[in-house]
Design a protein around this ligand. Sequence first.
Ligand SMILES: [Zn+2]
Length: 331
Amino acid sequence: MPAFTAAALAFSLLGCAPTEPWAPPGPDERRALAARHARPDGEPGFVRVAAGSYVVRTDLGPEFAIDAACFLERFRSQFDHIFRDVPPPARYPPLVVVFREEARYRRKMGGSGARGMFVATDRAIYTYLDAAAGERDFATFYKKILLHEGAHEMLFARCGSLPVWFDEGVACYFQEWDVRLPVAENLERLRTTHFRFADVRDAFGTERWVPLARLLSLDRATWAPDDYGPRTTLHYAEAASFVSFLLATAEGRSTFARLYRSLKQGDSVETALGRAEIQRLDRAWRAEIERQINQTTPKNPLPPPAQNNHQEFSPDNPAASPSKMWAKRRP
Ligand SMILES: [Zn+2]
């Protein structure tokens, strides 16, 4: 990819730092970018945008491809800013494929029921437009899947395989990210609106609660003890909560960076942090959850869970169970 093309697209797409607000391109700019950067792809009906950090391939048209490329470019710039202590490796652009038809996606993924997948061996993210749920264009498309799978891809590019709580905690945390907002505003906002905060609140202080030391010791085999039922859901929710707790403060971010560098070298969590530090973090994390609970109830009760057909990770909706969404994400 010629450097000038990437620079041109990055400039057109972003034009601002990750610490500043951002707006996606308007109709005129989108059309101009599409005319300049979208090319027909090998397969009839598909277009490809390969001028940014991703290669986006879709049969949803050039403007959808540009919107997805812009969205991902912005997300990557913010993710890179947060994880700047561990610089991203030189990498070839990951592939992002968005199919117009679910059936086509399912055929490609070998029948998986997931809404999207990051396939590490291909360095590729696959998903589809859910027309049955009312998605018509990029504005109505379920973008959380790009954030979740995109976070998995960026973590994998930096670190390779990671402990499951870290991998899923970070991906679930970032799926609630709002790319339009500056980094600092997102970090603050996600303290109390992170992924499945209500599950954390409901389990906190009960016998269902998973203590930090145990959460951090789970492996891929023990992560889903009830075949992606409520116990697994709580693992996802607690992992996202712990990631949110770490990322919310400068001290937490420095712990996070230390942990991240250490895990990257293949250390265990216990080696990376030490038992005493894990106990200290457990106390501080629980104090933060108590603070959040006091802050959000009963004065400002949480809104009821969103009713939608977007196949969000919901144990109440078997069609959208995480086993179908993410369990088979990697080969
Ligand atoms: Zn995941």
